[in-house]
Design a protein around this ligand. Structure first.
Ligand code: S3P
Length: 442
């Protein structure tokens, strides 16, 4: 399981200015991919800055179960001795991906074109999330798949013996779907093509190229057309994982809303497929100063200095949703402190994340006296003073827990979350890091 069985509640209270440096952990998306591509490469991949959150540890365990040798050398430093494309062995047990949608969907893709059988499971949250979006295209490669009704976990995949390459247009804007298809395409002959109507995070494409695959992306009137040549020999690499912009978002928004704050966050990704929150906060009037732009682990990063700011409400366009898909919970916290209304459009995908994040945010904000409304694919938050005082249900969702703990730092009365355990899936040091900046969370 991905978190302790006993819930661990936490409470955040109004506090003085946040100051100092926030060293946020490695990027979760890049960490999963580094382990999976390392396992599919020939030779020993060395990873530094790996996120040692439960989601990623579950993927490391899964790679071992498929026959790769995975060793922890030190803090964030890992070695993966890969088995080569098509070299996965049949796991002896069930693959438990815990809380991680990225882990389970990418690993299903990575094994679906190898003639072995694997069964995947996860925690209560993951067991409610749709897998059909990934298993449907994997079946088109020739894999045989069974699942619970509605395409839910547990899922068993018999990998294709003679995989056929796929030409696939993604029906939802999802990097996980795109990545699952590309990873399956690795062990199919010929070219696998994914067409994305709207761009999503491109870490899989960047890293596949870094490991030596032939992969191209073309912008066309239909969207991004990604073409991968199958059966490459992936060569082991040194991967330096950049820090996670989605985790950075929590101390960043905390500093923006707690009066008098000034913090720095080194090495925040400026990958344009991940930067929608930072673009939105700037439009809201946030004082964000970027410096020392550089490339780390194949990703553009820069250092960020954040000062407390008076924010104003904005309308976030639907076209931006994919580039900040994990950041809407914390944006709605910034919006609760902004002057006027913030409207978030085109966010239906939030309903199938670790929780229904629109429902969870609406319920938690309302319970704490914030005026908020939603439609199936949008949410509107009215800014103003936040009374607070309520306990929030987090539904096994790390980002809901962290968002309300940030809101508690400025609310008139303390805000509690029912279970902070799932925070360890993505940001194990959230509590000491936030306390180190001066946050009152206990
Ligand atoms: C991820 C893609 C996104 C995101 C998730 C990580 C990835 O999911 O929400 O946290 O690493 O590919 P979708 O692809 O379902 O949008």
């Amino acid at each position: 399981m991905s978190h302790p069985a006993d819930p661990s509640p936490l409470t955040a209270r109004r506090c003085g200015p946040l100051t100092g440096e926030a060293q946020v952990p490695g990027d979760k998306s890049v960490s999963h991919r580094a382990l999976i591509l390392g396992a599919l490469a020939v030779g020993e991949t060395r990873i530094t800055g790996l996120l040692e959150g439960q989601d990623v540890l579950d993927t490391a365990k899964a790679m071992q179960a498929f026959g790769a040798e995975v060793r922890r050398l030190g803090a964030g430093e890992w070695a993966v001795h890969g088995v080569g494309v098509g070299g996965f062995a049949e796991p002896q047990g069930v693959i438990d991906c815990g809380n991680s949608g990225t882990g389970v969907r990418l690993i299903m893709g990575a094994m679906a074109t190898t003639p072995i059988t694997a069964t995947f499971t996860g925690d209560a949250s993951l067991s409610r999330r749709p897998m059909g979006r990934v298993t449907d295209p994997l079946a088109e490669f020739g894999a045989r798949i069974t699942s619970r009704a509605g395409g839910l976990l547990p899922v068993t995949i018999e990998g294709a013996e003679d995989a056929v390459p796929l030409h696939y247009r993604t029906p939802v804007a999802s990097a996980q779907v795109k990545s699952a298809v590309l990873l399956a395409g690795l062990n199919a002959p010929g070219e696998t093509v994914v067409i994305e109507p709207r761009p999503t995070r491109d870490h899989t494409e960047r890293m596949l190229a870094g490991f030596g695959a032939e992969i191209t992306t073309a912008d066309t009137p239909e969207g991004s057309v990604i073409t991968l040549k199958g059966r490459p020999e992936l060569r082991a690499q040194a991967v330096a994982v950049p820090r996670d912009p989605s985790s950075a978002a929590f101390p960043v928004v905390a500093a923006l809303i707690v009066p008098g704050s000034q913090i720095t966050v080194p090495g925040v990704s400026r990958n344009p497929t991940r930067d929608g929150l930072y673009v939105t906060l700037a439009e809201m009037g946030a004082d964000l100063a970027w410096s020392n732009a550089r490339i780390e682990g194949g990703e553009p990063v820069a250092d960020l200095t954040v000062r407390h700011s008076t924010l104003r409400g904005v309308s976030v366009p639907a076209e931006r949703a994919a580039s900040m898909i994990d950041e809407f919970p914390i944006l709605s916290v910034a919006a609760a402190l902004a002057q006027g209304e913030t409207v978030m459009n085109g966010i239906a995908e939030l309903r199938v994340k670790e929780s229904d994040r629109i429902a969870a945010m609406v319920a938690g904000l309302r319970a704490n006296g914030v005026e908020v409304s939603d439609t199936p694919d949008s949410m509107t938050v009215c800014g103003g003073p936040v009374p607070g005082g309520a306990r929030v249900q987090t539904h096994l969702d790390h980002r809901i827990a962290m968002s309300f703990l940030v809101l508690g730092l400025v609310a008139e009365a303390p805000i509690s979350v029912d279970d902070a355990g799932p925070i360890a899936t993505s940001f194990p040091d959230f509590l000491p890091l936030m306390r180190g900046l001066g946050a009152a969370i206990s």
